[in-house]
Design a binder for this molecule. Structure first.
Ligand code: AMO
Length: 440
């Protein structure tokens, strides 16, 4: 099987840039054959690159016989095309390309493991097994374009507001989140762990840079088999000093609103591909705030679901809640019993200065005001059954003038799942890690 070489060929444009403004100009495009049709004297190739697709039209007699003959392509062949742009309203981008040369850089097996034409969506595990191919689908292009926009907008929003981007260790010596299982690893000849969240480091750094954020992976060794849990998560962690949780609620809701405005302004085609143009809408601020106790009452009165005070809200209860509260809203003042040691108790010590940001039934974020007094923090660690001495390297930061601070952690994949209307969080991650999945 022969392949063409790249030689001196370089792309002149991405598909998105090939519009009727380039009528009659020569371009070189490169990408993959998403679809092709052979109508005898006429062949159409849908060439796809990272931004979208354009139609290549070969008409017998218009292109050379040699080229017409060569254009026997298969799905997802890697090709480059040199040709002239012609106005053609009915085709993607309002143009077609009439080729003078085509390079076939790589071929594919006759039968691909998953459907790439967009006509059907193959089963998710099969798609994940063939992720490098699957990610090229127009649907996945749309999902990850939106993810890109979320990350860009979050960064811009925070950098514009005096936040410093931090990077903190992912290999640690002891737990950061009590209660969550850790992945142990070998660190030379001793045991270490993959970090569960940037929590303790972002707190320390809020005592240095005042307003900090990090977008980074964290590792959760929970054997959860749900459509909203993965083992390698990617979170936005934000921490601010000289504030309490009420300031953070404002920052977070403005951030959420700002990101969605940006998506609607810049990614409408992607939203349309996902049928989300009427669903991913800009929320009005301030977002509704409900106390934990109010949520328990609502669940009882509306759905006859009783939750023992101090218990977490069950998945079934959340599902019901989502029928009633369909947009973004906060649940605040959770029982201290079910919150981590670093959260500040409320005046009534049974409650905590904590919150979750919900989207319908889905938890996107948790956060709160933190303890900033060393002795109080030591006691809180011990009261959760943990050993304060193993937190010494963190606790010393509290000897050096730790300011009052508050913050939140937001699960990026959960948010993308919702923004893109996906059924399963694994769809929102390029290479998801679950208890069963360690490849690709
Ligand atoms: P928490 O443990 O609630 O809080 O995590 C923050 C957010 O991360 C997402 N998340 C997950 N997403 C997918 N799969 C998982 N297994 C998973 N676990 C968590 C959720 C969740 O809301 N340090 C605190 C945050 C803080 O107080 O600043 C923390 O990690 O969207």
């Amino acid at each position: 099987m022969s392949f063409d070489e790249l030689d001196g060929w370089r792309k002149t444009h991405y598909t998105k840039d090939v519009t009727s403004k380039l009528h009659d100009e020569e371009v070189i495009l490169g990408g993959w054959v998403r679809n092709f049709r052979d109508l005898g004297g006429l062949k159409f190739i849908s060439l796809q690159d990272k931004y979208g697709e354009r139609q290549i039209t070969l008409k017998k007699g218009v292109v050379s016989d040699e080229l017409f003959e060569k254009a026997k392509l298969g799905y997802q062949y890697c090709v480059m095309v040199k040709g002239k742009v012609k106005d053609f309203e009915a085709a993607p981008g309002g143009v077609e390309i009439v080729p003078s040369e085509i390079k076939i850089l790589n071929r594919t097996p006759e039968k691909l493991p998953i459907d790439m034409t967009g006509e059907t969506i193959s089963e998710l595990d099969l798609r994940l097994n063939n992720r490098a191919l699957d990610l090229r689908s127009l649907r996945n292009q749309a999902i990850f374009e939106i993810r890109g926009q979320v990350l860009k907008s979050v960064r811009n929003f925070l950098l514009d507001r005096d936040f410093t981007e931090i990077t903190t260790p992912k290999i640690i010596g002891s737990a950061t989140e009590g209660g969550t299982e850790l992945f142990p690893i070998m660190y030379f000849d001793r045991e270490a762990f993959l970090v569960q969240s940037a929590q303790l480091y972002k707190e320390q750094l809020s005592g240095v840079y005042e307003r900090v954020f990090e977008i980074s992976p964290a590792f959760r060794a929970e054997k959860s088999h749900t459509k909203r849990h993965i083992c390698e998560i990617f979170t936005l962690d934000v921490e601010l000093s000289f504030v309490d949780m009420y300031d953070v609620l404002k920052v977070l809701e403005e951030l959420v609103q700002n990101v969605i405005i940006n998506i609607r302004e810049n990614n409408m085609t992607a939203l349309k591909t996902l049928n989300m143009e009427d669903k991913t809408i800009v929320p009005e601020l301030p977002l509704p705030r409900y106390k934990y106790d109010e949520i328990l009452e609502l669940l009882e009165s509306k759905f006859n679901i009783s939750t023992e005070w101090g218990e977490d809200i069950s998945t079934d209860a959340y599902r019901k809640l989502g029928e009633s509260l369909t947009g973004y809203y906060y649940i605040t003042h959770w029982p201290m019993l079910i919150k981590p040691f670093y959260i500040q108790p409320s005046k009534d010590k049974r409650y905590s200065e904590s919150f979750d940001l919900q989207m319908g039934w889905l938890e996107l974020t948790s956060g709160g005001t933190r303890v900033h007094n060393r002795v109080q923090l030591e006691n809180a660690i011990e009261s959760k059954g943990l050993n304060a001495s193993s937190f010494e390297s963190h606790l010393i930061a509290y000897d050096f003038g730790m300011p009052p601070h508050a913050g939140f952690g937001l699960g990026i994949a959960r948010w993308i799942t919702f923004l893109c209307g996906l059924d399963d969080i694994r769809e929102a991650v390029m290479y998801p890690r679950t208890p069963e999945r360690l490849t690709p």
